[in-house]
Structure formats: structure tokens, C-alpha cells
Design a protein around this ligand. Structure first.
Ligand code: G1P
Length: 297
């Protein structure tokens, strides 16, 4: 029988040092694109893909992230009193059922592979998704839904992938392709943050994964890799090398690296421009700013 993906892991334990000093007191996943926190985009994407259980791997200092998913009866009462029905509806759309979210603590910052491994008991013997909220993907159909549909056809492990510039590969997990079939690529091996001179391709892994339970078992015994951390890429690569099905999936959509300042700024502008209530003002402002810059040059 074909297996379905109903659980997703959200590794949110990272320190967010690239956004200091802001991340001294707020988790980076709470930072907003326009008015929604990064984590909300990740949750919405997962919900669209049919995910029912949301597993957050958190760490010290992430309290605001847990609070974000609490019910807000006072606030709702207030909005109702002021007849702010739109806002009320928007708030309602972010409600999560009690018990839908589980929080697991990662006690030591030992890397993405370790964070995923921390959720092993909640995953059990089922396929599962991993979503890195730093990677925000704007698309008509949610990226994870695209992958879940692919999984229904092929099963196996699936990682989102896209081509990046050759000098960028050292920021990513990189696929060593066996066969490129267009939408999907069968994977022979993978390398985490390789030197561009020895990278197996320029197919970068983007933060969406559908993985099968043997990957978790690999993580039990995995040695530290790139950056002296336990790497998820390494566990998937071991699986591929030993003959398990691993695919890269070229998704439809625009990916923003919201773990970097420039990616975050680009996403802020793109998401602002996509909003009917903001696009005209924002366009005018951008045009004016560019015109001033050009005049000053
Ligand atoms: C992580 C993964 C890497 C992947 C990247 C995508 O790296 O380890 O394989 O390509 O996410 O964003 P990080 O950006 O957390 O260093």
C-alpha cells in the first residue's frame, strides 16, 4: 500500500545569528514578511499539503514561537467588540487544533540532522516532511504539496532542488545526479556545502524534504560532517549510496532565502508587491527611490 505523508518536522532551533541584534530577543521564525511571521508561511504550506501533525524542534529562547500558536481569546474579544471582522478572520485562519503541534527541545546545537533526529519518536515508522522555514517559496501550488503529489507516484526520498550559480554551491547541500528526468532527478550521492571546484553539480537542495524512516535510522549513527555538525544531507546521501530511492524535485515557485539579509529584503518587497492593499504605494516608492538614486549617480 502506498504511504501518505501526514507529519512534518520544522527545525526552528537555530540561533539566527545573521539577524542579530534582532534575534537577541525574537526567534527569527517570528520575523515577518509584511504581516505574517516566516513560520506562518511554512505552516500554511504544510497544511495545503495535507500535513496534520506539526513537530517543532526548538531550543532555548524560542518561547515567543510557542506563544504565537496559543489561542488569543482576549484579543479576539477585543476585535469583535470593535467589529474588526476582517482581522478576526485572519486570526482565525492561523488557529491550530490542540494537539496538532508538538514541541521537542534540541538540547545542543549539533546541526540539522541532529534536529531532525530529535523528532524520531514522534515520527515512528512513517514517511515525513521536513520544512526549513528560512526557505520561503512563493508558488501557486504549495511546494510541499507538489512534492507530496510526486511522492504519491514514486515514493522514495524526495528533496526540493534548484539550479544555483556555480560559486553559490558551497552554501547548500548539492546533488550528484544519476539520471535527470526533467521534473525529477534520481540521486546517486549528495555533498553538504562542497567546494565549488569539486561540487558534483549545481543542483542545490532547498529546504523541503519528504523522507522515509530509514533516514532517521542513519541519523542514529551518523558522524559529524560539514561545519562539525550532524548533517541531514549526509544521512540522505548514505541512503542513496546504499541503493535507496532518492530524488531531487524541481519545484515550481520562487524561493527566497530568508536566512540571509538580502533574501529577506527581496522577499519582503516581493510579498509587498503581491498584496493588493500595498502594491501601488510600494511600486511608487520603489520607482521614486530608484529615480533618486540614478539622479544622484
Ligand atoms: C541547510 C541544509 C542544506 C540546504 C539548505 C537549504 O543548510 O543543510 O543542505 O541546501 O539548508 O536552505 P543551512 O542553510 O541551514 O546552512
Amino acid at each position: 500500500m502506498k504511504k501518505r505523508v501526514t507529519k512534518a518536522i520544522f527545525p526552528v532551533a537555530g540561533l539566527g545569528t545573521r539577524f542579530l541584534p534582532a534575534t537577541k530577543s525574537i526567534p527569527k521564525e517570528i520575523m515577518t514578511l509584511v504581516d505574517r511571521p516566516l513560520i506562518q508561511y511554512a505552516i500554511d504550506e504544510a497544511r495545503e499539503a495535507g500535513i496534520k501533525e506539526f513537530i517543532f524542534v526548538t531550543a532555548k529562547g524560542k518561547g515567543a514561537l510557542e506563544d504565537y500558536f496559543d489561542a488569543a481569546p482576549e484579543l479576539e474579544k477585543n476585535l469583535r467588540k470593535k467589529n474588526k471582522i476582517d482581522l478576526l478572520q485572519e486570526l482565525k485562519a492561523t488557529d491550530m487544533d490542540s494537539g496538532a503541534i508538538a514541541y521537542i527541545r534540541q538540547r545542543e546545537a549539533l546541526g540539522l540532522g541532529h534536529a531532525v533526529w530529535c523528532a524520531r519518536r514522534l515520527i515512528g515508522n512513517e514517511p515525513f516532511a521536513v520544512i526549513l522555514p528560512d526557505d520561503v517559496i512563493a508558488s501557486e501550488k504549495s511546494c510541499l504539496l507538489q512534492m507530496v503529489e510526486q511522492y504519491a507516484e514514486t515514493q522514495g526520498n524526495i528533496v526540493a532542488t534548484m539550479e544555483v550559480a556555480n560559486d553559490q554551491v558551497s552554501s547548500y547541500g548539492v546533488i550528484d545526479p544519476a539520471e535527470d528526468m526533467g521534473r525529477i532527478i534520481s540521486v546517486r550521492d549528495m555533498a553538504e556545502k562542497p567546494d565549488p571546484a569539486v561540487a558534483p553539480s549545481n543542483l542545490a537542495v532547498i529546504g523541503r524534504y519528504i523522507l522515509e524512516p530509514p533516514v532517521l535510522k542513519r541519523l542514529n549513527t551518523l558522524k559529524r560532517g560539514s561545519g562539525d555538525e550532524i548533517q541531514l544531507t549526509d544521512a540522505i546521501a548514505e541512503e542513496a549510496r546504499e541503493g535507496a530511492a532518492v530524488y531531487g524535485y524541481r519545484f515550481d515557485g520562487q524561493r527566497y532565502d530568508c536566512g540571509s539579509k538580502i533574501g529577506y529584503l527581496k522577499a519582503t518587497i516581493a510579498f509587498g508587491l503581491a498584496r493588493d492593499d500595498l502594491k501601488d504605494d510600494l511600486t511608487g516608492f520603489l520607482e521614486q527611490t530608484m529615480a533618486h538614486r540614478r539622479a544622484a549617480e
